[in-house]
Design a protein around this ligand. Structure first.
Ligand code: SAM
Ligand code: MD0
Ligand code: SF4
Length: 392
Protein backbone atom coordinates (compact mmCIF):
# COMPACT_ATOMS: atom_id res chain seq x y z
CA UNK A 1 0.00 0.00 0.00
CA UNK A 2 1.22 3.47 -0.78
CA UNK A 3 1.23 6.05 1.97
CA UNK A 4 -1.10 8.90 1.06
CA UNK A 5 1.06 11.89 0.21
CA UNK A 6 -0.59 14.51 2.37
CA UNK A 7 -1.82 12.25 5.15
CA UNK A 8 0.56 13.54 7.83
CA UNK A 9 -0.50 17.09 7.13
CA UNK A 10 -4.26 16.58 6.75
CA UNK A 11 -5.05 13.89 9.35
CA UNK A 12 -4.76 16.25 12.36
CA UNK A 13 -6.88 18.87 10.58
CA UNK A 14 -9.60 16.31 9.87
CA UNK A 15 -9.43 15.17 13.50
CA UNK A 16 -9.94 18.76 14.69
CA UNK A 17 -13.00 19.15 12.49
CA UNK A 18 -14.42 15.87 13.82
CA UNK A 19 -13.90 17.23 17.34
CA UNK A 20 -16.10 20.19 16.43
CA UNK A 21 -13.29 22.73 16.22
CA UNK A 22 -13.31 25.59 13.71
CA UNK A 23 -10.62 25.23 11.04
CA UNK A 24 -8.34 28.13 10.14
CA UNK A 25 -8.16 29.47 6.60
CA UNK A 26 -4.75 27.82 6.18
CA UNK A 27 -6.17 24.47 7.29
CA UNK A 28 -9.07 24.84 4.86
CA UNK A 29 -6.55 25.49 2.08
CA UNK A 30 -4.51 22.38 3.03
CA UNK A 31 -7.60 20.21 2.74
CA UNK A 32 -8.71 21.82 -0.54
CA UNK A 33 -5.28 21.07 -2.00
CA UNK A 34 -5.92 17.32 -1.76
CA UNK A 35 -5.81 15.98 -5.29
CA UNK A 36 -5.26 12.27 -4.81
CA UNK A 37 -8.08 9.76 -4.13
CA UNK A 38 -6.08 8.02 -1.38
CA UNK A 39 -5.62 11.31 0.46
CA UNK A 40 -9.25 12.24 -0.12
CA UNK A 41 -10.74 9.03 1.31
CA UNK A 42 -10.33 9.95 5.02
CA UNK A 43 -11.68 13.43 4.26
CA UNK A 44 -14.83 12.00 2.67
CA UNK A 45 -15.25 9.58 5.58
CA UNK A 46 -15.07 12.43 8.09
CA UNK A 47 -17.55 14.49 6.07
CA UNK A 48 -19.99 11.56 5.94
CA UNK A 49 -19.59 11.08 9.70
CA UNK A 50 -20.38 14.76 10.38
CA UNK A 51 -23.42 14.53 8.11
CA UNK A 52 -24.56 11.47 10.06
CA UNK A 53 -24.19 13.29 13.38
CA UNK A 54 -26.28 16.24 12.23
CA UNK A 55 -28.75 14.63 9.84
CA UNK A 56 -28.69 10.87 10.48
CA UNK A 57 -29.12 8.86 7.27
CA UNK A 58 -31.82 11.08 5.71
CA UNK A 59 -31.19 12.91 2.44
CA UNK A 60 -33.38 15.75 1.11
CA UNK A 61 -34.62 16.06 -2.50
CA UNK A 62 -35.14 19.35 -4.36
CA UNK A 63 -37.26 19.71 -7.47
CA UNK A 64 -35.81 22.13 -9.98
CA UNK A 65 -38.01 24.29 -12.21
CA UNK A 66 -36.08 26.55 -14.57
CA UNK A 67 -39.17 28.46 -15.65
CA UNK A 68 -37.52 31.15 -17.78
CA UNK A 69 -34.20 30.88 -19.60
CA UNK A 70 -34.26 34.50 -20.81
CA UNK A 71 -31.49 36.59 -19.30
CA UNK A 72 -30.20 40.15 -19.53
CA UNK A 73 -26.72 39.16 -18.27
CA UNK A 74 -23.63 37.81 -19.97
CA UNK A 75 -21.97 35.50 -17.46
CA UNK A 76 -19.06 33.99 -19.37
CA UNK A 77 -19.70 30.46 -18.08
CA UNK A 78 -23.43 30.25 -18.77
CA UNK A 79 -25.32 28.70 -21.69
CA UNK A 80 -28.17 31.15 -21.15
CA UNK A 81 -26.10 34.36 -21.33
CA UNK A 82 -27.82 37.06 -23.34
CA UNK A 83 -25.36 37.05 -26.24
CA UNK A 84 -25.62 33.29 -26.85
CA UNK A 85 -27.61 32.64 -30.01
CA UNK A 86 -27.30 28.88 -29.34
CA UNK A 87 -29.12 29.07 -26.02
CA UNK A 88 -32.47 27.30 -25.77
CA UNK A 89 -34.98 30.00 -24.78
CA UNK A 90 -38.37 29.45 -23.24
CA UNK A 91 -40.62 31.02 -20.64
CA UNK A 92 -43.17 28.78 -18.93
CA UNK A 93 -46.58 30.14 -17.99
CA UNK A 94 -47.80 30.25 -14.40
CA UNK A 95 -50.10 27.29 -15.05
CA UNK A 96 -47.34 25.18 -16.60
CA UNK A 97 -44.95 26.01 -13.76
CA UNK A 98 -47.55 25.13 -11.14
CA UNK A 99 -48.40 21.85 -12.89
CA UNK A 100 -44.75 20.78 -13.07
CA UNK A 101 -44.23 21.76 -9.43
CA UNK A 102 -47.22 19.73 -8.31
CA UNK A 103 -45.83 16.73 -10.20
CA UNK A 104 -42.49 17.14 -8.43
CA UNK A 105 -44.25 17.42 -5.06
CA UNK A 106 -46.24 14.26 -5.74
CA UNK A 107 -43.07 12.42 -6.69
CA UNK A 108 -41.59 13.16 -3.26
CA UNK A 109 -39.55 16.37 -3.52
CA UNK A 110 -39.10 18.27 -0.24
CA UNK A 111 -38.79 21.67 -1.89
CA UNK A 112 -39.36 23.40 -5.23
CA UNK A 113 -36.54 25.58 -6.55
CA UNK A 114 -38.03 28.21 -8.88
CA UNK A 115 -35.16 29.48 -11.03
CA UNK A 116 -34.92 31.95 -13.88
CA UNK A 117 -32.38 33.98 -15.81
CA UNK A 118 -32.53 37.70 -15.09
CA UNK A 119 -35.48 37.74 -17.49
CA UNK A 120 -36.06 41.18 -19.05
CA UNK A 121 -39.79 40.55 -18.70
CA UNK A 122 -39.30 41.38 -15.01
CA UNK A 123 -35.97 43.19 -14.94
CA UNK A 124 -36.52 45.68 -17.78
CA UNK A 125 -39.09 47.65 -15.79
CA UNK A 126 -38.38 46.40 -12.26
CA UNK A 127 -41.84 44.84 -12.22
CA UNK A 128 -41.79 41.62 -10.18
CA UNK A 129 -45.45 41.19 -9.23
CA UNK A 130 -45.82 38.22 -11.59
CA UNK A 131 -42.83 36.50 -9.92
CA UNK A 132 -44.36 36.99 -6.47
CA UNK A 133 -47.67 35.68 -7.78
CA UNK A 134 -45.93 32.62 -9.23
CA UNK A 135 -44.23 31.81 -5.93
CA UNK A 136 -47.52 32.23 -4.09
CA UNK A 137 -49.31 29.93 -6.55
CA UNK A 138 -46.63 27.21 -6.37
CA UNK A 139 -46.62 27.31 -2.58
CA UNK A 140 -50.38 27.07 -2.41
CA UNK A 141 -50.64 24.27 -4.97
CA UNK A 142 -47.80 22.12 -3.62
CA UNK A 143 -47.78 22.92 0.10
CA UNK A 144 -43.99 22.64 -0.13
CA UNK A 145 -41.23 25.03 0.86
CA UNK A 146 -40.06 27.14 -2.09
CA UNK A 147 -36.60 28.39 -2.98
CA UNK A 148 -36.43 31.32 -5.39
CA UNK A 149 -33.36 31.71 -7.62
CA UNK A 150 -34.20 34.83 -9.64
CA UNK A 151 -30.79 36.56 -9.77
CA UNK A 152 -30.26 39.85 -7.96
CA UNK A 153 -33.62 41.42 -7.18
CA UNK A 154 -34.30 44.57 -5.12
CA UNK A 155 -34.79 44.30 -1.37
CA UNK A 156 -38.50 45.14 -1.58
CA UNK A 157 -38.99 42.21 -3.97
CA UNK A 158 -37.21 39.91 -1.52
CA UNK A 159 -39.57 41.24 1.15
CA UNK A 160 -42.60 40.54 -1.05
CA UNK A 161 -41.31 37.01 -1.72
CA UNK A 162 -40.86 36.46 2.03
CA UNK A 163 -44.37 37.84 2.62
CA UNK A 164 -45.97 35.22 0.39
CA UNK A 165 -44.04 32.55 2.26
CA UNK A 166 -40.94 31.83 0.16
CA UNK A 167 -38.47 30.06 2.46
CA UNK A 168 -35.23 30.43 0.51
CA UNK A 169 -33.28 32.86 -1.66
CA UNK A 170 -30.43 31.38 -3.71
CA UNK A 171 -27.81 33.66 -5.24
CA UNK A 172 -24.31 32.37 -5.88
CA UNK A 173 -21.25 34.57 -5.71
CA UNK A 174 -19.30 31.82 -7.62
CA UNK A 175 -16.06 32.93 -5.95
CA UNK A 176 -15.26 35.32 -3.10
CA UNK A 177 -12.49 37.03 -5.03
CA UNK A 178 -13.13 40.21 -6.96
CA UNK A 179 -10.72 39.58 -9.82
CA UNK A 180 -11.98 36.07 -10.62
CA UNK A 181 -15.60 37.20 -10.17
CA UNK A 182 -15.11 40.00 -12.70
CA UNK A 183 -14.11 37.44 -15.35
CA UNK A 184 -17.22 35.36 -14.65
CA UNK A 185 -20.09 37.71 -13.92
CA UNK A 186 -19.13 40.44 -16.34
CA UNK A 187 -20.90 43.76 -15.76
CA UNK A 188 -22.46 42.64 -12.45
CA UNK A 189 -21.49 44.47 -9.27
CA UNK A 190 -19.77 42.21 -6.74
CA UNK A 191 -21.08 44.01 -3.67
CA UNK A 192 -24.63 44.32 -4.93
CA UNK A 193 -24.74 40.54 -5.40
CA UNK A 194 -23.36 39.89 -1.92
CA UNK A 195 -25.74 42.48 -0.45
CA UNK A 196 -28.77 40.69 -1.94
CA UNK A 197 -27.96 37.64 0.21
CA UNK A 198 -27.48 39.81 3.29
CA UNK A 199 -30.82 41.55 2.63
CA UNK A 200 -32.55 38.21 2.26
CA UNK A 201 -31.10 37.02 5.57
CA UNK A 202 -32.22 40.27 7.25
CA UNK A 203 -35.73 39.59 5.96
CA UNK A 204 -35.77 36.14 7.56
CA UNK A 205 -35.23 34.12 4.39
CA UNK A 206 -32.91 31.14 4.41
CA UNK A 207 -30.04 31.81 2.01
CA UNK A 208 -27.80 29.77 -0.27
CA UNK A 209 -24.40 30.77 -1.67
CA UNK A 210 -22.45 28.72 -4.18
CA UNK A 211 -18.98 28.40 -5.67
CA UNK A 212 -18.05 27.53 -9.23
CA UNK A 213 -14.92 25.39 -9.64
CA UNK A 214 -12.52 24.99 -12.54
CA UNK A 215 -12.70 28.52 -13.93
CA UNK A 216 -9.07 29.41 -13.38
CA UNK A 217 -9.29 30.02 -9.62
CA UNK A 218 -6.39 29.04 -7.35
CA UNK A 219 -6.70 26.85 -4.25
CA UNK A 220 -6.17 29.98 -2.14
CA UNK A 221 -9.20 31.54 -3.80
CA UNK A 222 -11.29 28.45 -3.15
CA UNK A 223 -10.19 28.58 0.49
CA UNK A 224 -11.10 32.27 0.74
CA UNK A 225 -14.51 31.42 -0.71
CA UNK A 226 -15.17 28.66 1.83
CA UNK A 227 -14.04 30.97 4.66
CA UNK A 228 -16.27 33.80 3.39
CA UNK A 229 -19.23 31.44 3.15
CA UNK A 230 -18.72 30.46 6.78
CA UNK A 231 -18.92 34.14 7.76
CA UNK A 232 -22.27 34.70 6.06
CA UNK A 233 -25.71 33.76 7.36
CA UNK A 234 -26.28 30.77 5.08
CA UNK A 235 -28.50 27.73 5.32
CA UNK A 236 -27.14 26.01 2.23
CA UNK A 237 -23.71 26.07 0.56
CA UNK A 238 -22.75 24.47 -2.73
CA UNK A 239 -19.82 23.78 -5.01
CA UNK A 240 -20.26 22.86 -8.68
CA UNK A 241 -17.65 22.18 -11.35
CA UNK A 242 -17.82 24.39 -14.42
CA UNK A 243 -19.24 22.55 -17.45
CA UNK A 244 -18.21 24.21 -20.77
CA UNK A 245 -21.16 25.52 -22.80
CA UNK A 246 -21.45 25.85 -26.58
CA UNK A 247 -21.48 29.39 -27.95
CA UNK A 248 -19.94 30.95 -24.82
CA UNK A 249 -16.56 32.60 -24.13
CA UNK A 250 -15.45 29.69 -21.91
CA UNK A 251 -16.62 26.98 -24.33
CA UNK A 252 -13.10 25.72 -24.89
CA UNK A 253 -11.79 25.80 -21.34
CA UNK A 254 -10.54 22.34 -20.39
CA UNK A 255 -12.98 20.97 -17.83
CA UNK A 256 -11.56 20.24 -14.40
CA UNK A 257 -11.63 16.70 -13.03
CA UNK A 258 -14.18 15.96 -10.35
CA UNK A 259 -11.93 15.37 -7.35
CA UNK A 260 -11.79 19.12 -6.70
CA UNK A 261 -15.57 19.31 -6.37
CA UNK A 262 -15.75 16.23 -4.14
CA UNK A 263 -12.99 17.54 -1.89
CA UNK A 264 -14.71 20.94 -1.74
CA UNK A 265 -18.06 19.37 -0.80
CA UNK A 266 -16.29 17.51 2.01
CA UNK A 267 -14.54 20.67 3.21
CA UNK A 268 -17.86 22.55 3.19
CA UNK A 269 -19.21 19.77 5.44
CA UNK A 270 -16.19 19.97 7.78
CA UNK A 271 -16.45 23.75 8.10
CA UNK A 272 -20.28 24.06 8.16
CA UNK A 273 -21.41 20.65 9.43
CA UNK A 274 -25.06 21.51 10.11
CA UNK A 275 -25.75 23.24 6.80
CA UNK A 276 -27.44 21.77 3.73
CA UNK A 277 -24.94 20.85 0.99
CA UNK A 278 -26.15 19.79 -2.47
CA UNK A 279 -25.15 16.89 -4.64
CA UNK A 280 -26.29 18.45 -7.92
CA UNK A 281 -27.45 16.19 -10.74
CA UNK A 282 -26.73 19.15 -13.02
CA UNK A 283 -23.01 18.46 -13.40
CA UNK A 284 -22.70 14.73 -14.16
CA UNK A 285 -26.31 13.61 -14.16
CA UNK A 286 -27.34 10.57 -12.14
CA UNK A 287 -23.87 9.04 -12.55
CA UNK A 288 -22.50 11.78 -10.31
CA UNK A 289 -24.85 11.15 -7.41
CA UNK A 290 -23.08 8.55 -5.27
CA UNK A 291 -19.66 10.20 -5.21
CA UNK A 292 -21.10 13.54 -4.10
CA UNK A 293 -23.17 11.91 -1.37
CA UNK A 294 -20.13 9.92 -0.24
CA UNK A 295 -18.26 13.24 0.03
CA UNK A 296 -20.78 14.56 2.56
CA UNK A 297 -23.61 16.16 0.57
CA UNK A 298 -27.11 15.81 2.05
CA UNK A 299 -29.46 17.32 -0.56
CA UNK A 300 -29.99 16.00 -4.08
CA UNK A 301 -30.76 19.00 -6.30
CA UNK A 302 -31.84 19.44 -9.88
CA UNK A 303 -34.54 16.78 -10.04
CA UNK A 304 -36.20 17.63 -13.38
CA UNK A 305 -39.28 15.79 -14.67
CA UNK A 306 -39.01 14.29 -18.17
CA UNK A 307 -41.00 15.41 -21.22
CA UNK A 308 -41.89 18.87 -19.94
CA UNK A 309 -39.40 20.82 -22.05
CA UNK A 310 -37.62 22.01 -18.90
CA UNK A 311 -33.86 22.42 -18.90
CA UNK A 312 -31.06 22.15 -16.38
CA UNK A 313 -28.47 24.93 -16.01
CA UNK A 314 -25.01 23.44 -16.47
CA UNK A 315 -26.36 20.27 -18.11
CA UNK A 316 -29.34 21.48 -20.11
CA UNK A 317 -30.49 18.01 -21.19
CA UNK A 318 -28.39 15.28 -19.54
CA UNK A 319 -30.56 12.43 -18.15
CA UNK A 320 -33.75 14.54 -18.15
CA UNK A 321 -35.92 12.95 -20.81
CA UNK A 322 -34.48 9.57 -19.86
CA UNK A 323 -36.31 10.09 -16.54
CA UNK A 324 -33.10 9.61 -14.55
CA UNK A 325 -33.26 12.94 -12.70
CA UNK A 326 -36.37 11.82 -10.81
CA UNK A 327 -37.21 10.94 -7.21
CA UNK A 328 -37.77 7.19 -7.76
CA UNK A 329 -34.37 6.75 -9.43
CA UNK A 330 -32.58 8.83 -6.80
CA UNK A 331 -34.39 7.03 -3.97
CA UNK A 332 -33.28 3.66 -5.25
CA UNK A 333 -29.66 4.81 -5.59
CA UNK A 334 -29.64 6.31 -2.09
CA UNK A 335 -31.04 3.13 -0.59
CA UNK A 336 -28.42 1.08 -2.39
CA UNK A 337 -25.84 3.30 -0.67
CA UNK A 338 -27.36 2.57 2.76
CA UNK A 339 -29.13 5.93 3.03
CA UNK A 340 -32.77 6.96 2.73
CA UNK A 341 -34.92 9.85 1.60
CA UNK A 342 -35.68 12.02 4.65
CA UNK A 343 -39.25 12.83 5.65
CA UNK A 344 -40.97 16.18 5.08
CA UNK A 345 -41.13 16.53 8.88
CA UNK A 346 -37.36 16.19 9.13
CA UNK A 347 -36.97 18.94 6.54
CA UNK A 348 -39.41 21.21 8.36
CA UNK A 349 -37.63 20.61 11.68
CA UNK A 350 -34.24 21.46 10.20
CA UNK A 351 -35.60 24.63 8.54
CA UNK A 352 -37.33 25.80 11.74
CA UNK A 353 -34.11 25.33 13.71
CA UNK A 354 -32.07 27.13 11.05
CA UNK A 355 -34.46 30.08 11.05
CA UNK A 356 -34.43 30.27 14.86
CA UNK A 357 -30.66 30.32 14.92
CA UNK A 358 -30.51 32.99 12.20
CA UNK A 359 -32.99 35.14 14.13
CA UNK A 360 -31.00 34.65 17.34
CA UNK A 361 -27.82 35.68 15.57
CA UNK A 362 -29.55 38.79 14.25
CA UNK A 363 -30.42 39.58 17.90
CA UNK A 364 -34.16 39.16 17.39
CA UNK A 365 -34.87 36.28 19.78
CA UNK A 366 -32.98 34.41 22.52
CA UNK A 367 -30.51 31.90 21.13
CA UNK A 368 -31.87 28.41 20.61
CA UNK A 369 -29.72 25.60 22.04
CA UNK A 370 -27.41 24.20 19.40
CA UNK A 371 -26.41 20.52 19.19
CA UNK A 372 -22.98 19.80 20.64
CA UNK A 373 -20.84 19.59 17.53
CA UNK A 374 -22.75 22.16 15.53
CA UNK A 375 -21.45 25.55 14.53
CA UNK A 376 -23.89 28.41 15.06
CA UNK A 377 -25.85 29.05 11.85
CA UNK A 378 -24.94 32.68 11.77
CA UNK A 379 -21.86 34.02 13.46
CA UNK A 380 -21.17 37.41 11.98
CA UNK A 381 -22.82 39.70 9.49
CA UNK A 382 -22.11 39.42 5.78
CA UNK A 383 -18.52 40.21 4.94
CA UNK A 384 -18.51 43.25 2.70
CA UNK A 385 -14.79 43.62 2.20
CA UNK A 386 -13.03 41.56 -0.45
CA UNK A 387 -11.93 38.22 0.91
CA UNK A 388 -8.14 38.05 0.81
CA UNK A 389 -6.60 34.95 -0.71
CA UNK A 390 -5.05 32.98 2.11
CA UNK A 391 -1.45 31.79 1.77
CA UNK A 392 -1.36 28.03 1.35
N1 SAM B 1 -29.93 33.60 -13.16
C1 SAM B 1 -29.85 33.37 -11.76
C2 SAM B 1 -28.46 33.61 -11.25
O1 SAM B 1 -27.54 33.56 -12.04
O2 SAM B 1 -28.31 33.83 -10.05
C3 SAM B 1 -30.30 31.98 -11.38
C4 SAM B 1 -29.58 30.88 -12.12
S1 SAM B 1 -28.37 30.19 -11.10
C5 SAM B 1 -29.13 28.71 -10.73
C6 SAM B 1 -27.17 29.67 -12.13
C7 SAM B 1 -26.01 29.06 -11.36
O3 SAM B 1 -25.67 27.82 -11.94
C8 SAM B 1 -24.81 29.94 -11.43
O4 SAM B 1 -24.79 30.84 -10.34
C9 SAM B 1 -23.66 28.96 -11.44
O5 SAM B 1 -23.19 28.75 -10.14
C10 SAM B 1 -24.29 27.68 -11.99
N2 SAM B 1 -23.88 27.49 -13.39
C11 SAM B 1 -24.31 28.17 -14.46
N3 SAM B 1 -23.68 27.76 -15.59
C12 SAM B 1 -22.85 26.78 -15.20
C13 SAM B 1 -21.92 25.96 -15.90
N4 SAM B 1 -21.72 26.08 -17.20
N5 SAM B 1 -21.24 25.04 -15.20
C14 SAM B 1 -21.44 24.91 -13.87
N6 SAM B 1 -22.28 25.67 -13.15
C15 SAM B 1 -22.98 26.60 -13.81
C1 MD0 C 1 -29.18 22.70 -9.27
N1 MD0 C 1 -29.42 23.28 -11.62
O1 MD0 C 1 -29.73 22.59 -8.20
C2 MD0 C 1 -29.74 23.67 -10.29
C3 MD0 C 1 -29.33 25.10 -9.99
C4 MD0 C 1 -30.32 26.96 -8.63
N2 MD0 C 1 -30.76 27.29 -7.33
C5 MD0 C 1 -29.83 25.55 -8.62
C6 MD0 C 1 -27.83 25.29 -10.16
O2 MD0 C 1 -28.17 22.07 -9.52
FE1 SF4 D 1 -28.07 34.83 -16.54
FE2 SF4 D 1 -27.86 33.46 -14.27
FE3 SF4 D 1 -26.80 32.51 -16.60
FE4 SF4 D 1 -25.68 34.60 -15.41
S1 SF4 D 1 -25.84 32.51 -14.55
S2 SF4 D 1 -26.15 34.45 -17.62
S3 SF4 D 1 -27.44 35.66 -14.53
S4 SF4 D 1 -28.93 32.80 -16.14
Amino acid sequence: MTTPLRYAETAPIIARALAGEALTAAEIASLLAIDDPADAAPLYAAAAELRRRHFGDGIFLYGFVYFSTWCRNDCTFCLYRRANAESPRYRKSLDETVAVSVGLAESGAHLIDLTMGEDPLYFAHGEFDALVELVDAVKTATGLPVMVSPGVVPRDVLAALADVGAEWYACYQEVHDRAVYARLRTGQDYDVRAQARADAADLGLLVEDGMLLGVGEAIAQRAATVAAMREQRLGQVRAMTFVPQRGTPLAHLTPAGRIGELVTIAVLRLTMPDRLIPASLDVDGIAGLESRIAAGANVVTSLVPPDTGLAGVSQSELDIDEGLRTAPVVTQRLEAAGLRVATAAEYAAWAARARERAAAAAGLTPAAPTPAASAPLAQTPEVQTPARPTPV
